[in-house]
Design a binder for this molecule. Structure first.
Ligand SMILES: [Zn+2]
Length: 503
């Protein structure tokens, strides 16, 4: 999986925006799917975001989007490549654009603290941010290469787009780079269904409603998908394979982000199991966020969280198995063997790929042992990067965490050091999670078939946005009673004309 270990993110700012323009536009025009992430100067009153009425939430967010700003936008372009085997290959180009709103905006102290804690560079934003204005297009604006124009290119490419928890991002995206937000939610949703006709895919929605993972925050979903994907690859199932452009060393605008899977500890003593489990911050494990931030004494390590989860599930299953089956001595000895090895993760992975239910008992046992080997291989072949070792301070008090990782990078910690390209990397993670779900839930793959736009077989997942505290997602759709807005109609017409004049 070495190809997945170093993700290049192109850093775009005022000094290289013109230079990078052609390659970004080309990537947008040729993509199979585009994932987006926005970094914001604030979200306003948190209570309003969880208001009971969705219309109230929209009204509050609309007001917030008009007074706050977008600090950076991440764009990750996934282009499917032809391939002849089980690999579903995507060529991935990821950009992080630093922005500077030219109008007054509110910066919330809590957001600043969060951003500083996550390595956001405010100096760079003020000196190098690409300027933009909010609301409708301006009559005097004749600049051809702006972020607004870039988003227009994205819209004209009619490509499926992906967000992770996209409601807020979509409201900001619309108001910051497209047009003045309509006053009613139903109008906004009708507009959106035309702006992105190939579908909006929300990976948090799919994670919660279909994949039903233990948690649904982005880093967690990404790492879980990455691990499951590595397992699928080892088991000769369809899996996502990524290709990245290789940039010359003289190219200054690229930063690499290491995401290799950590070393895998195969045997956990019961002492270790107990210590690992008790060292995890449960708040972080559930939400991907902890009020104590770096001061928290517990571990925020996603890999440790996933390992413990798999360990727990493996135990449950073993109990069930021992209860319900009058298994032969031989089979029981197998189960014991599994206890002693890293079967737990293999076991869980098998279940998640829906293989377990199809197998007979003996087949299961057979596959178990192969799977163990496969997982061992995957883990041992993952690249280690000494430069990104967690500092001992961050890992205290659980030195167990450090030894467990054997030099791998805890994703959550590397995230905090992502130094100003967080939006780009978050967009990449979102794109990967969607790619994994396309392989998992989408059309049966024909080996030489390349996905075309709208050919995902993922229609049932499209245009559904999760809402915190609600069991039903928000549908992005044009209902019979909701018309699209005037601003949107005029803008769409303009974009169509522009397209016809340039092609
Ligand atoms: Zn914590």
């Amino acid at each position: 999986m070495a190809d997945l270990s170093n993700v290049p993110v192109i850093d775009i700012h005022d000094d290289n925006f013109e230079e990078m323009w052609p390659s970004v536009v080309l990537a947008l025009r040729t993509s199979t799917l585009v994932a987006l992430d926005l970094e914001l100067s604030g979200l306003g009153n948190r209570k309003m975001l969880t208001a009971k009425s969705i219309d109230d939430r929209y009204s509050a967010l609309r007001e917030v989007a008009r007074t706050r700003s977008v600090l950076s936008v991440g764009i990750s372009c996934f282009k499917q490549q032809p391939s002849n085997d089980l690999q579903v290959t995507f060529f991935v180009q990821t950009y992080n654009i630093t922005l500077l709103c030219s109008e007054d905006y509110v910066v919330e102290p809590s957001s600043v603290q969060f951003l500083v804690d996550h390595g956001f560079d405010f100096n760079k934003q003020y000196s190098l941010g690409v300027s933009y204005y909010r609301g409708n297009d301006r009559a005097g604006d004749t600049k051809l290469r702006t972020v607004r124009q870039l988003i227009s290119e994205l819209i004209l490419s009619r490509v499926p787009i992906a967000f992770h928890n996209g409601m807020v991002d979509l409201i900001y995206l619309y108001h910051s780079f497209y047009a003045e937000l309509p006053s009613k939610l139903s109008t906004f949703l009708a507009d959106l269904s035309e702006v992105f006709p190939a579908g909006i895919y929300d990976t948090k929605y799919i994670t919660e409603f279909s994949a039903r993972l233990q948690a649904s925050f982005l880093e967690y979903a990404f790492r879980k998908c990455q691990r499951d994907n590595a397992f699928s690859a080892s088991k000769e199932e369809n899996y996502v394979h990524l290709q990245f452009p290789s940039y010359p060393s003289s190219f200054q605008n690229v930063k690499h982000k290491y995401i290799g899977l950590p070393g895998f500890k195969s045997v956990w003593t019961s002492e270790e199991k107990r210590k690992h489990a008790s060292s995890i911050c449960q708040v972080f494990a559930a939400h991907g966020w902890c009020p104590s931030l770096r001061k928290c004494q517990k571990s925020h390590n996603i890999d440790l969280i996933l390992d413990c989860e798999e360990e727990r599930r493996g135990k449950k299953r073993r109990r069930k198995r021992q209860k319900g089956q009058a298994a032969s001595m031989e089979a029981e000895r197998h189960t014991d063997d599994c206890d002693q090895s890293d079967a737990n993760s293999a076991d869980v992975d098998m279940e998640s790929s829906h293989v377990l239910s199809k197998c007979t008992k003996s087949q299961k046992d057979g596959e178990f042992h192969n799977a163990n080997e496969a997982v061992k291989q995957i883990h041992s072949s993952s690249v280690h990067n000494k430069d990104t070792l967690p500092s001992s301070k961050q890992d205290s008090p659980s030195s167990l965490t450090a030894s467990h990782l054997e030099g791998g990078t805890p994703l959550s910690q590397s995230q905090s050091n992502s130094g100003g390209h967080r939006a780009g990397f978050d967009a990449f993670m979102t794109g990967f999670v969607l790619a994994k779900y396309v392989v998992q839930y989408g059309n049966t793959l024909h080996t030489d078939e390349v996905y075309k736009i709208g050919n995902f077989g993922m229609d049932s997942f499209a245009n559904k946005l999760p809402l915190s505290g609600k069991d039903i997602p928000l549908q992005v759709t044009k209902s019979s009673f909701a018309k699209t807005s005037k601003n949107h109609q005029q803008k769409m017409e303009l974009l169509q004309k522009h397209k016809e004049s340039t092609t």
